[in-house]
Design a protein around this ligand. Structure first.
Ligand code: LLP
Length: 433
């Protein structure tokens, strides 16, 4: 289990360690539940992604903020030189807060509010438009404000990424992107507005993709559209954004691709299309989220209840889908290690139950693990992406703390919420008190 996760190890006490820090000690020190991230792993994955495409030349990696927006992590990625793929005014606020300039930020989203468009214009970010209607609304805004904006369009390449249906975004019937037959009209309209600088094109076909073929097919379609833009509208773009979606290995058995394999598969297609349409080489943008932060994070929970039913043995811990919703929402698999018994052999099959009053609140089903007792610390691996960011206060459980490990040393990066946070923004009308 640890062979393809070099940032995890088993130390001399038989405890699971992340980035050299003993996770059982961190659970004792900071309490459970707890999210822990390894800074060096995040840096390593970012560099791996960037370097895989270095042969192309002009490439920018815009980290997809939605995967994990903890400020310390955003600072790490800014220090590496990453740009930002954002989807809301809140993510714009974060990107500006960590010091990114507008030209390093691309604002995607299928349903931006007028206010979000205004703020994006004000910040000078690249606005990635998702419909003709959004374009018309942006034109109204730049004209009313005598402002200018850089724009691109998100294309729907109509390919199946062969992932979970909830994670596919470039299907024919998907709500995302503009279909090829409409997109040329959109570019033509944008080019007629002197306040818009039409600079790019974008696609994002889905998430947790584990094969290169869907990217190959989508890249062909995207560059055919780029070719048509030149031939039919005389437009040459500054950048082509191929989105995110590269999957990670949630288990040893699962198939996977690396950024290097992706580069090897799609760069020749791009070169071929550039020659076919005599295009200038556009800058390539990528928007990985999960690949950068996914396996750098673990969620720790403490075992309280051991319960045998005639059918199953349940292990009850102090976290539930309020803190890690992926198993409940997508049926996702997260490998589990008993952190204080990391060197013991598996002994029994158990199902790990969360502490929420919902039958779907199972964090891991039918797993072979060492014999588990009250007080043991469970580590849910690969929780760095779409973990804490999707957490809630359901069942009135305050969200937990987060810790960052750097070369064996741990620092708190987010305090746990307390009960006051549950009511902080609520108002009870006087008549009810
Ligand atoms: N770019 C765009 C436009 C996106 O919508 C997304 C993710 C990304 C980039 C980053 O994709 P990534 O490289 O992380 O796969 N909550 C789900 C994943 C939803 C992904 C949404 N969009 C999960 O837990 O699996």
């Amino acid at each position: 289990m640890l062979d393809f996760r070099p940032h995890l190890s088993i130390n001399e006490r038989g405890h699971l360690a992340l980035g050299g820090a003993d996770l059982v000690e961190l659970a004792e020190k900071y309490g459970t539940p707890l999210y822990v991230y390894d800074e060096q792993r995040i840096r390593e994955r970012y560099r791996e992604f960037r370097d895989a495409f270095a042969g192309y030349g002009d490439v920018e990696v815009c980290y997809a903020y939605k995967a994990n927006t903890s400020l310390a992590i955003l600072h790490i990625l800014r220090s590496e030189g990453a740009g930002a793929d954002i989807v809301s005014e809140g993510e714009l606020y974060l990107a500006l807060k960590v010091g990114l300039s507008g030209d390093k930020i691309i604002f995607t989203g299928n349903n931006k509010s007028d206010r979000e468009l205004e703020k994006a214009v004000e910040a000078g970010v690249i606005i990635n438009l998702d419909s003709l209607h959004e374009l018309e609304r942006l034109i109204d805004i730049v004209e009313a404000e005598n402002a200018e904006a850089k724009v691109s369009f998100r294309v729907n390449p109509e390919v199946s990424p062969e992932t979970h249906p909830h994670l596919a975004t470039g299907l024919r019937e998907s709500k995302f992107g503009i279909h090829e037959d409409i997109v040329l009209k959109a570019y033509e309209r944008a080019m007629r507005c002197s306040r818009l600088n039409v600079v790019g094109i974008h696609m994002h076909i889905g998430s947790q993709i584990t094969k290169t073929e869907p990217y190959e097919e989508a890249t062909r379609r995207l560059f055919d559209i780029i070719g048509r833009l030149k031939r039919e509208l005389g437009l040459e773009l500054e950048f082509a954004d191929l989105g995110g979606g590269v999957g990670i290995r949630y288990s040893g058995e699962q198939s996977y691709i690396t950024p290097a394999q992706l580069a090897e598969a799609i760069l020749p297609i791009i070169e071929e299309k550039l020659a076919e349409y005599s295009l200038r080489k556009p800058k390539l943008l990528f928007e990985p989220g999960r690949y950068i932060v996914g396996d750098a994070g673990v969620m720790l929970a403490r075992v309280y209840t051991i319960k045998r039913t005639p059918y199953k043995k349940f292990i009850g811990c102090d976290a539930g889908f309020n803190l890690l919703i992926r198993p409940a929402m997508y049926g996702s698999h997260h490998d589990v290690v008993v952190a204080n018994k990391a060197s013991l052999a598996p002994a029994e099959e158990v199902t790990i139950a969360g502490n929420l009053c919902e039958s779907g609140d199972l964090l891991a089903k039918d797993r072979l693990l060492p014999e588990i007792e009250k007080g043991d610390i469970l580590a849910f691996l690969d929780a760095g992406a779409y973990g804490f960011v999707m957490a809630s206060q359901y069942n009135s459980r305050p969200r937990c703390a987060e810790v960052l490990v750097n070369n064996g040393k741990a620092e708190l990066i987010r305090y746990a919420e307390d009960f006051a946070d549950l009511v902080a923004k609520q108002v009870v009308p006087k008549r009810l008190r």
